[in-house]
Write a protein that binds this ligand. Sequence first.
Ligand code: 13P
Length: 255
Amino acid sequence: MRNLIAANWKMHKTRAEARDLARALADALAAAPASPSAEVVLFPPFTAFEAVREGLGEAKIDFGGQDVYPAESGAFTGEISPGMLLDAGCSWVLTGHSERRHILGESSVLVGEKTAFALKQGLCVILCVGESLAEREAGRLEDVLQAQLADGLANVPAEAVSRLAVAYEPVWAIGTGKVASAEDIAAAHAFVRSRLNALPGTEAGQSVRILYGGSVKPENAAGILALDNVDGLLVGGASLQAETFLRIIRAGQTA
Ligand code: 13P
């Protein structure tokens, strides 16, 4: 299974900054290609898709949207459809990021609608799940993951499972510098894997990549990638500079 190394730029980067960052990544990977075992995907803000496309040129790097609405078109002010993402050159989308769940109040049911609809429309999806500190301290880790996965994966068509990935991002580790311990990551990923195996077709569950996200840095990337059931990384802050993100991409080659 190829490691998926994904960059979530969140609400950062003007068009010029996005073009420069995409170009810097493309140039560096052209000069010293990433191993075929690492697949790289960028999640810029919607306004920067065209700039990212220009910056990437012929580089084998895909990009995607940070969010999507589960309808083809219509009166949904402020929203973006899967077809619009595909039209803009996206092949991926994130669903259920904790910032959308906790800051924007997005429900797990809506996250599931987005995930299923985006897959049906042909996008690849990274469904994000993860517990808050209060939930972890209350011993509710597995309940929370179970509920988010049950709602998030409801109605995922069996033929689309090959385009699905799941990111485990403990909320308390995002942007805080606090990385989950190796034991915590391994336990959470094993639990996610067990739930994926309960999807129709056990073999399909085995093929779904499970990414870790939360304060990933060049220094900890290789160690996290070496853990069981870790098939990639979803990187926030450390993906905003070419130099640090490239070190993370290259960490994936040696793990
Ligand atoms: P940080 O890497 O900044 O902690 O963000 C993680 C994240 O939320 C990626 O989606």
